[in-house]
Ligand binder design. Structure first.
Ligand SMILES: [Zn+2]
Ligand SMILES: [Zn+2]
Length: 140
């Protein structure tokens, strides 16, 4: 597959049992449908940094790009900008046909960080509910 932004060939890299396609030229990452959820479930943080340290940035073959921001998977379909969010909106470009998504440099890590913040909020709520329960019991 080809990078929808700069035309370099994407490299398949595996992280936490998920295979992501990374552009070694502009550091964007392509995720197939469902891969973001899988990565989020692992709770792993700083994937982009991890990939950088593990694989470095080898030069990728550059090919002429036909049309800006087309789905690397479906080719004919243009990607649409969208915002995904748990806590704060993060921009991504997604394909309405295969539901894959393109994340520019740092956007994946932002999304994972965003999920972590949400989980922390959930934990806080759970803790508060538990403490409230205990307080009730003692007040009787
Ligand atoms: Zn690229
Ligand atoms: Zn597609």
């Amino acid at each position: 597959m080809q990078c929808p932004k700069c035309g370099a060939m994407l490299t398949a890299l595996s992280v936490e049992d998920v295979t992501v396609d990374k552009c070694q030229s502009c550091d964007g990452i392509w995720l197939d449908h469902g891969e973001l959820e899988k990565l989020r479930e692992t709770g792993v943080q700083g994937i982009e940094k991890q990939l950088e340290e593990e694989y470095g940035n080898p030069a990728a073959p550059m090919l002429a790009l036909e049309g800006y921001l087309r789905c690397p998977h479906c080719v004919e379909i243009g990607l649409r900008t969208n915002y995904v969010s748990y806590m704060q909106p993060v921009k991504m470009d997604h394909c309405i046909q295969c539901f894959g998504m393109w994340l520019d440099k740092n956007e994946l890590d932002k999304l994972l960080e965003d999920k972590k913040q949400l989980d922390n909020v959930k934990v806080d709520k759970g803790m508060r509910a538990m403490l409230a329960g205990i307080a009730k019991r003692f007040s009787k």
